[in-house]
Design a protein around this ligand. Structure first.
Ligand code: PMP
Length: 380
């Protein structure tokens, strides 16, 4: 099988699996226990925290382990909001955030809080002009993703951090799709809180972190004695060690990004040449290196996915979490894309295992299957 769905998840690296097995077999004690095995587990947890901090450019005390990015996102928003000094209560989100984050935005609105969304321009780029107008002194926090999971578009988090800070508000960044794909350094990111998830960079599922800048006012929404009172619950030590291992395995992220950008560009150019009705969204925006979000005319993505399945290629119609429904993507809607075009959206996301041979295979086998199904654009 050719796997072109790396934005949905990535396979755990072999080194990650063996590190986790060792922890599960030998260091299964509770890291809060006072006995010897518990203290061993505690040492391992501290080591893993230091390893994570080293790769991500933060202090060990700034790492709060979570069950993944959804939890880290919710924790950041609720925790920063609860700590905001009244009368600050308006929450500003990006309009193309992850579906679970938009659900949270909706829940806050239903609870009576003022919530605003930062609009994007037609290519998916953030409308900074609108952002300047929306981020004012009544804002409790701003939450913006670093890179979009569907289009791959990069959002200007540094500029938005400056706007938020000028208004006296913290910025939370959902860097789930960025970390592992592009170089990252928390210290110089400008963000006050950053979410990440291990399964997006060859670590295990069900583990992630919230990086929380030291000194940032924060009221834990799920308090407990662990994680310095910022997140209750026995730490998932195998997962945490797996995540630290996956981060260390990333190596030269910039070089890998360059390799994937080249492969992705080859793929897009080949498809556009073979099937002229191919439209690539955000093609000229700053994007994640391996992500391609495209449509073949208005051909339903369900049909395209069936043909891909037939030739042994795994891809998706967008976010894995919402691709089960045939609703047009909220990301494309925010970009002003018409519904019939949005329902044709296919996401191909390349990653560590992707090769030139795989791209060549797809370019050889997919266009002949789709060409007979494509009617000229003018007919519509
Ligand atoms: N944010 C973004 C941008 C994502 O792509 C995802 C994963 N689809 C998440 C958050 C949720 O991550 P997790 O699966 O770790 O909860």
């Amino acid at each position: 099988m050719i796997y072109f769905d790396h934005n949905a998840t990535t396979p755990p690296a072999p080194e990650v699996m063996s590190a986790m097995l060792e922890v599960m077999g030998q260091h299964w004690a509770n890291s809060s226990s006072q006995h010897g095995p518990g203290q061993d587990a505690k040492r391992l947890l501290a080591q893993a925290r230091a390893r994570v901090a080293q790769v991500l450019g933060c202090k060990a005390v700034e790492v709060v382990f979570t069950s993944g990015a959804t939890e880290a996102n919710h924790m950041a928003v609720r925790g920063l909001l609860a700590a905001a000094a009244p009368p600050r209560c308006r929450v500003v989100f990006g309009s193309t955030e992850h579906a679970a984050q938009l659900r949270l935005a909706q829940a806050l609105r239903e609870a009576g809080l003022p919530v605003d969304f930062l609009p994007v321009l037609p290519g998916g780029r953030l409308d900074l002009h609108a952002a300047r107008a929306l981020i004012g002194p009544d804002v409790a926090l701003v939450s913006l993703m670093a890179a979009n999971n569907e289009s791959g578009v990069l959002l200007p988090t540094t500029e938005v951090a400056a706007l938020a800070h000028a208004a006296g508000a913290p910025l939370h960044v959902d860097a789930t799709q960025w970390i592992g794909k592009l170089p990252f350094h928390f210290g110089s990111s400008g963000a006050d809180a950053v979410s990440l998830s291990a399964h997006k960079f060859h670590g295990p599922k069900g583990v992630g972190a919230l990086l929380l800048r030291q000194g940032t006012p924060f009221v834990a929404p799920m308090p407990g004695s662990q994680e310095r009172g910022r997140r209750g619950g026995t730490e998932n030590l195998p997962g945490i060690v797996g995540m630290a291992t996956a981060l260390e395995l990333l190596g030269d992220v910039a070089a890998e990004a360059q390799r994937l950008r080249r492969l992705r560009d080859q793929l897009e150019a080949g498809l556009q040449q073979a099937l002229p009705s191919t439209h690539v969204w955000s093609q000229h925006c700053a994007r994640l290196p391996g992500t391609s979000y495209l449509r073949f005319g208005r051909l339903s993505v369900d049909v395209v996915l069936q043909r891909l399945e037939r030739i042994g290629v795994a891809a998706s119609s967008g976010a894995a979490c919402s691709s089960a429904g045939s609703q047009p993507s909220h990301v494309l809607q925010a970009m002003g894309v018409a519904e019939d075009e949005a329902l044709a959206a296919l996401r191909l996301s390349l990653g560590r295992s992707s090769t030139e041979a795989e791209v060549a295979y797809l370019l050889t086998h997919l266009p002949p299957l789709l060409a007979p199904l494509l009617v000229p654009e003018a007919v519509h």
